[in-house]
Every structure is written in C-alpha cells, then in structure tokens.
Design a binder for this molecule. Structure first.
Ligand code: F3S
Length: 62
C-alpha cells in the first residue's frame, strides 16, 4: 500500500501522525509527510484510519 498527503490540502492538524506514526510525520513546513515509499504491512489499518480521520481529506491510500 502507498499513502499520499495532498500538501495543498493539509492544514497541519497533526492527527495522522498521532494515529499512524509509522506512516506519517510532521515536518518543518508544518505539514504531514509520508515516511518511506511503502506503508509497512502492520501499519496499513492505521494508515486507513488516518485517511478516514483527516478533517480535510488530504490523505489518500491505494
Ligand atoms: Fe494534515 Fe490531515 Fe494529517 S490535515 S496533518 S494530513 S490528518
């Protein structure tokens, strides 16, 4: 699975790294970024939960 954060949409609420710390991290630009290329298998559910929880729907997984 891959995850993406739409950098234009992200408002930096910080929710996704708190739900899925293996998948998302906040960077100096105040936005969430995806860690690495592939979502680790054991973090796929967390990534999906973060996708559903983002208040501005900035996250997509596929
Ligand atoms: Fe940004 Fe949504 Fe995460 S606003 S910090 S991508 S939960």
């Amino acid at each position: 699975m891959k995850a993406k954060v739409d950098q234009d949409a992200c408002i930096g609420c910080g929710l996704c790294p708190s739900i899925a710390p293996e998948v998302f991290e906040m960077r100096d630009d105040g936005k969430a970024h995806v860690i690495g290329d592939e979502v680790p298998q054991n973090a796929e559910n967390d990534a999906k939960e973060a996708e559903g929880s983002c208040p501005v729907n900035a996250i997509t997984t596929e």
